[in-house]
Write a protein that binds this ligand. Sequence first.
Ligand SMILES: NC(=O)c1ccc[n+]([C@@H]2O[C@H](COP(=O)([O-])OP(=O)(O)OC[C@H]3O[C@@H](n4cnc5c(N)ncnc54)[C@H](OP(=O)(O)O)[C@@H]3O)[C@@H](O)[C@H]2O)c1
Length: 254
Amino acid sequence: MKVVLIGAGNLATNLGKALFRAGHEIVQVYSRTEVSASALADVLHCSHTTNLKEVVKCADVFIISVKDDVLASVASALHEGREGQLFVHTAGSMPMDLLPFERRGVFYPMQTFSKNKEVDFSVIPCFIEAKKEDDLQCLKTLALTISDTVYELDSENRKYLHLSAVFCCNFANHCFSLGADLLKKHGNIPFNVMLPLIDETASKLYSMSPQEAQTGPAVRWDTNVMDKHLQLLAEEPEMQKIYELMSKSIHEEK
Ligand SMILES: NC(=O)c1ccc[n+]([C@@H]2O[C@H](COP(=O)([O-])OP(=O)(O)OC[C@H]3O[C@@H](n4cnc5c(N)ncnc54)[C@H](OP(=O)(O)O)[C@@H]3O)[C@@H](O)[C@H]2O)c1
C-alpha cells in the first residue's frame, strides 16, 4: 500500500520501518522540524516535508502520529484537498471522531516506543477502528502485514485499554523507579540486581493471571512485615501513602 506518515517521532519511526520492511511504499514523511522529517525519510527512502500544505493529496492511507495535543489541529489543516482520503491516527486515548475526514480510523499499536529502540512489531497487538467497513478491512490487511495480532476496538473501549496500559506500563515502571531510589540510598546497590525478579514477575503472566501470580506481605496480609516497611518509609510520606494504598488494593482484590 502507499502510505503517508504525518509525524516522525517515536511511534511513526517504528511503524514506518515495520511497514517499509513489510513491502509497503512510504510515499512521504511530514514532521514539524527538518531534522525529524529528513531523518525518517532517509531511512524509508522517500520524500519529506515540514509544510502541511505540501503533503501529497493522494495515498492509500495517511497515518497521523503527532503529539496528542496538536492532533486535531494538524488533522484539520490537512482536510482541504484530501477530503476523500483515508486518515487514521495512532493515539490510544483519542476518539476516532476527532478526525474531520469522512473516511477516518485509528491504528493503535499498543507498545512503548522510542525512536532509537528497535522493536519486533510482529508481537505487538494492533487495535484498529474505522468509520467505514471497507476502510476497516483495509486497515486490517495493513496491520496483519506487520503484526500477528490485530483487534477491532471502538473509541469508547480503547480509552480503557489505554488506561490499563498506563497501569501496566507507566505505573509499574514508576514502582521500578521508586525501588531503584531505595537501593541507591541504602547501600548503593545497583538496580540490575532486580532485573531477574522483574523478568520473572512479567514472565509468570504468560501462564497465570496477575491475581494468581501475586506474592508478598500484602497478599498474605502479614501486618508485622508491612508495619516495619511503613516505619522504614517514615522519611518518605509519599511512598508511605503509595505503599498503604497498593497493599490495601492487593489485599482487597483477593
Ligand atoms: N511513543 C509511544 O510509546 C506511543 C505508543 C502508542 C501510541 N502513541 C501515540 O502516537 C502518537 C505520537 O507519539 P510519539 O511518542 O511518537 O510522539 P513524539 O515522539 O513526541 O513525536 C511527535 C511528532 O509530533 C510532531 N510535533 C510535535 N509538536 C508539534 C506541533 N506543535 N505541531 C506539529 N507537529 C508537532 C513532532 O515533530 P518534530 O519531531 O519535528 O518536532 C513529531 O513528528 C501520539 O498520538 C501517541 O499517543 C505513542
